[in-house]
Ligand binder design. Structure first.
Ligand SMILES: Cc1ncc(COP(=O)(O)O)c(C=O)c1O
Length: 406
C-alpha cells in the first residue's frame, strides 16, 4: 500500500486504498451550521517517503497516492516562479516571488486537484466524476476529463462567471447550473453521487483534492533550491488550497527534506471571512458571503477546520481585505507585473500589500515570500467593468497622430 487515511478530527485510521470521503464517525453530526467535521488526510507510507527522500530531485509523482504513469497526457506544472522586480521595489521586499498558476492548462490552480482525482478514477476503474464548483474546479475537471476520457457531471451556481461555465461546456462536461449558491450546488452534487454513483470530486470532501493541490509545494521546494520559503500568501475560500500547500510541505518534512513548514497566510475578502474567524477566534459558524471575488465566496468552508488548524500549526495568520482593495490590486498586478489575475487570486496580493509592514517585522524584510496567483483574469474580464476603458478609434491618417496626447 502507498497510503492510508486518517481522520483530521478524531485521528482514526482507515487502511484502504479504495474510495473514502469522510470519517463515518465524525461526519455523522454535520448539520450545515458549523464547519464540517471528519475530513480525511491521506498519509503516505514510510517506504514511499523514504524513496522520495533518497532522490536528488523530487517531483509531485514521488508523493502522489495514485501514481501517474502518463503525466504528459495532462501536464499540471511546473508553473513559473516569477520575481516581480517592480513589485519587489514597491513593497521593499527584495525576495518576493509570484507562483503563476494562472499558467495551468485550464487557467487555474484547480488543475492540480482535478488531475489527482482523475488518477484516482483511473486506478479504481471508475469513469464518472461528479462535482460542484464556483467555476474553476469545474473547468479544470472538465478539461482533465476531456484529455483523459472521463465523464464529468458539474453542478455550478447559475451566477458563476460566464467564461468559466462556457469553458466547461466547451470541454464537453455535463453542466448543471443551479438556482442557488455554491453551497447549494455542493450539497446537490453529493446527493447526486449518492443516488447515481461516480466519484465525487468536491473540494476537501474527496481527500484526493488536497493530495493533488500539494503538488505546488513539491514544485516550490525544487524551484527555491531545495528549501521552503519563509511564508506563502494563499487566497482562501473553502480552505482546500491552503491545506494542500500545508500537506505538501508536511510530506517534505516527514521525508526529512525540510526542517519546518513555511508560515501560511490565509487571505480572504472581508465579505467572505469564515476561515479568518476560525483562525482568530475559533469561530466555526457559517457566514453569509457576498464578495465579488467569486472563487473565494463561501458561506460554510468545506475544509475550514483543517485549514485553520494548518495555519495555526505553521505559526501563520489571516489577513482580510475589502473588495475594493482586491479589484485595485488586479490593476497593480497588470500594470507593475504584467500579470492578469482573477479577483480571488488578486486577493492574495492585496493581502500582502495590506500586511506588508507586519510581514516585514514578523519575517524580516529579506524573507522569501511567495504569493500564489491561483487563476487567470481572462476568465472574468467583467471584473474590470467601469475601471478601464478602451480608447476611441482615431482616423487612419498621419494627421490624426498629432491629436494624440503622447
Ligand atoms: C482561483 C482560485 N483561487 C483561490 C481559490 C480558493 O481555494 P479554496 O476554496 O480551496 O480555499 C479558488 C477556489 O475555487 C480559486 O478558484
Amino acid at each position: 500500500m502507498r497510503f492510508h487515511y486518517r481522520c483530521s478530527d478524531c485521528g482514526r485510521e482507515y487502511h484502504t486504498e479504495g474510495l473514502m470521503y469522510q470519517c463515518p464517525e465524525c461526519s455523522k453530526d454535520n448539520d450545515g451550521t458549523h464547519f464540517p467535521k471528519g475530513n480525511l488526510i491521506v498519509e503516505l507510507e514510510e517506504d514511499v517517503l523514504r524513496a522520495a527522500a533518497a532522490k536528488s530531485h523530487v517531483t509531485p509523482d514521488d508523493f502522489y497516492p495514485y501514481p501517474s504513469d502518463d503525466k504528459d497526457a495532462y501536464p499540471v506544472g511546473v508553473t513559473p516562479l516569477m520575481r516581480p522586480r517592480r513589485i519587489q521595489e514597491r513593497l521593499s521586499l527584495p525576495n518576493l516571488s509570484f507562483k503563476l498558476d494562472t499558467q495551468l492548462v485550464s487557467g487555474s490552480f484547480k488543475d492540480r486537484a482535478s488531475y489527482e482525482v482523475a488518477l484516482q478514477a483511473k486506478a479504481l476503474g471508475e469513469n464518472r466524476i461528479v462535482l460542484a464548483s464556483t467555476g474553476n474546479a469545474g473547468a479544470a475537471a472538465s478539461a482533465v476529463g476531456a484529455a483523459m476520457g472521463l465523464d464529468i457531471i458539474l453542478f455550478v451556481p447559475a451566477s458563476a462567471p460566464i467564461n468559466k461555465l462556457m469553458q466547461s461546456v466547451l470541454y464537453g462536461a455535463k453542466v448543471v447550473p443551479v438556482k442557488g449558491s455554491y453551497d447549494d450546488a455542493f450539497a446537490l452534487s453529493i446527493e447526486y453521487t449518492k443516488r447515481h454513483g461516480g466519484i465525487n470530486r468536491n473540494t476537501a470532501y474527496n481527500p484526493m483534492t488536497i493530495e493533488g493541490k500539494k503538488s505546488i509545494s513539491i514544485e516550490l521546494f525544487e524551484q527555491m533550491g531545495r528549501k521552503a520559503p519563509d511564508a506563502i500568501y494563499v487566497p482562501v475560500g473553502d480552505g482546500c488550497i491552503i491545506a494542500g500547500v500545508a500537506k505538501g510541505f508536511s510530506d517534505l518534512e516527514k521525508a526529512g527534506l525540510i526542517e519546518r513548514m513555511p508560515r501560511l497566510i490565509a487571505c480572504q475578502s472581508e465579505s467572505s471571512d469564515a476561515i479568518t474567524r476560525a483562525i482568530r477566534d475559533d469561530d466555526t459558524r457559517a457566514v453569509h458571503a457576498t464578495t465579488r471575488a467569486d472563487s473565494i465566496s463561501v458561506d460554510l468552508p468545506a475544509n475550514g477546520r483543517m485549514a485553520a488548524s494548518y495555519v495555526k500549526q505553521s505559526r501563520g495568520w489571516a489577513v482580510t481585505v475589502s473588495d475594493e482593495e482586491i479589484l485595485s490590486s488586479q490593476l497593480t498586478l497588470t500594470k507593475l507585473a504584467g500579470v492578469l489575475a482573477e479577483p480571488a487570486a488578486a486577493c492574495a496580493y492585496a493581502s500582502l500589500e495590506k500586511d506588508r509592514d507586519h510581514a516585514a517585522s514578523e519575517l524580516g524584510k529579506d524573507a522569501e515570500i511567495v504569493v500564489l496567483l491561483t487563476g487567470t483574469g481572462f476568465k472574468d474580464m467583467k471584473a474590470f467593468d467601469g475601471r478601464v476603458t478602451i480608447p476611441p478609434a482615431i482616423e487612419n491618417s498621419a494627421e490624426a497622430l498629432e491629436s494624440l496626447p503622447f
